[in-house]
Design a protein around this ligand. Structure first.
Ligand code: ASP
Ligand code: MG
Length: 423
């Protein structure tokens, strides 16, 4: 008998009907002879609503209480799901993250899992139950406070439990049929990928693809847990993410796995930086001390006449204020002229291990953008990725143009979005 972990996202359990539909799927997996552990997210937009509520009460809510509040969302869905399963004549028990043994550090709102001790889940399974676990939450090792893992953290809960329970597979049920060659909300002709490596999936996640979170894929790679991303609305096979393809999983011998885009970043340009050793170090030390994570960095050659250069970098929009404040404070010591802040940008990335051995990918990427009339502002590359920054207004057109240029369009409009916001 195999053990499967299934995770259902908020849009799959958005209302009572959704919960009953998901309960049937879970029971089917059990009837197929599996032990079943289910990780569930909060219903629909519950987490957003709880955040709004907290902000109305206090502009900067304390981390501990904020986490206590947010974990309520998953407790609602786990209990309702257990009830719906019992109503179908099967045994089910729900567990909070803490009861399931999800132990974290004590960084509220973005805690990291440091251990999983699923003793109670094992017992529940051995007694013939389906175990339902609240996603996105745990308990801190030192203070025993309730923590949350950061937005979208239920996927990580699922992979962590799958690893701790030595599951055969971690199935992530969502509102699209799998991982696509581009966001199906933007590219109607996006194709579903049958199999993708952890490596390419990590780059897609880091480049803005929202179907799986980076941290979840990282965890799955570390413990070698195959992930099957699929829709809870259709019966279709989805996308397998693993080290090596198994059985009849199709490997597309394409050079490119997909096109990702991200509109959550902003760009800061430090104008008129003296071109001498130590300047970039001082700028990025100030940014690091403010605990801001940066992404792309570009420095221009300095103008011979002035000996001054410009340095641009991207960062999450949400951290823009912090970064600008930190740089303003060091303006006199670093000696730059001014700062420019621009949050109307988008990042578009092309990802695929095949680009390592195929010349011309970069040229093809830039030609596709130029044919679409899209201007490139910044460029950065890794071994298996090329990213550019463009105007935010151009993003959808640019993604479609690049998708077409690399022959990724499917013959049919197969990309179906069943629900949710794609967040
Ligand atoms: N409910 C949480 C969120 O909306 C966690 C999750 O859905 O994975 O971010
Ligand atoms: Mg989610």
């Amino acid at each position: 008998m195999g053990l499967v972990v299934q995770k259902y996202g908020g849009s799959s359990v958005a209302d009572a009907e959704g919960i009953k539909r998901v309960a049937k799927r879970i029971v089917d997996a059990k009837k197929n002879g599996n032990q079943v552990v289910v990780v569930v997210s909060a219903m629909g937009d519950t987490t957003d609503e709880l955040i709004d509520l907290a902000e109305q009460v206090s502009p900067i809510p304390a981390g501990r209480e904020f986490d206590m509040l947010l974990t309520a969302g998953e407790r609602i869905s786990m209990a309702l799901l257990a009830m719906a399963i019992k109503n179908l004549g099967h045994e089910a028990q729900s567990f909070t993250g803490s009861q399931a043994g999800v132990i974290t550090d004590s960084v509220h709102n973005k805690a990291r899992i440091i251990d999983v001790t699923p003793g109670r889940i094992r017992t529940a399974l051995d007694e013939g139950n389906i175990a339902i676990v609240a996603g996105f939450q745990g308990v801190s090792q030192d203070k025993k406070d309730i923590t949350t893992l950061g937005r979208g953290g239920s996927d990580t809960t699922a992979v962590a439990l799958a690893a701790a329970l030595d599951a055969e597979v971690c199935e992530i049920y969502t509102d699209v049929d799998g991982v696509f060659t581009a966001d199906p909300r933007v590219v109607k002709k996006a194709r579903k990928i049958d199999w993708i490596s952890f490596e390419d999936m990590l780059e897609l996640a880091a480049s803005g693809s929202k179907v799986l979170l980076h941290r979840c894929v990282e965890y799955a790679r570390r413990y070698n847990i195959p992930i099957h991303v699929r829709s809870s609305f259709s019966g279709l096979r989805g996308t397998w993410v693993s080290n090596e393809p198994q059985g009849d999983q199709q490997v597309e011998h394409a050079i490119i796995s997909g096109v990702a885009h991200d509109v959550s970043e902003a760009k800061i340009t430090v104008v008129g930086v003296p071109d001498k050793p130590g300047e970039a170090a001082a700028i990025f030390r100030a940014i690091a001390n403010a605990e801001v994570n940066i992404d792309m960095v570009v420095q221009n050659v300095s103008a011979a006449s002035t000996g001054l250069t410009d340095i641009s970098f991207t960062l999450p929009k949400a951290e823009g204020r912090k970064a600008i404040d930190a740089l303003e404070r060091t303006k006199a010591t670093i000696g730059f002229e001014s700062l420019r802040y621009d949050d109307q940008i988008a990042k578009i990335s092309l990802v695929g291990a095949g680009m390592k051995t195929n010349p011309g990918v970069t040229a093809g990427f830039f030609e596709a953008l130029s044919d679409a009339g899209v201007n490139i502002e910044l460029i950065s590359t890794s071994e298996i990725r090329i990213s550019v920054v463009t105007r935010a207004d151009d993003v959808n057109e640019a993604v479609r143009a690049v998708h077409t240029a690399f022959g990724l369009d499917s013959d049919s409009d197969e990309a179906v979005v069943y629900g949710g916001t794609g967040r």
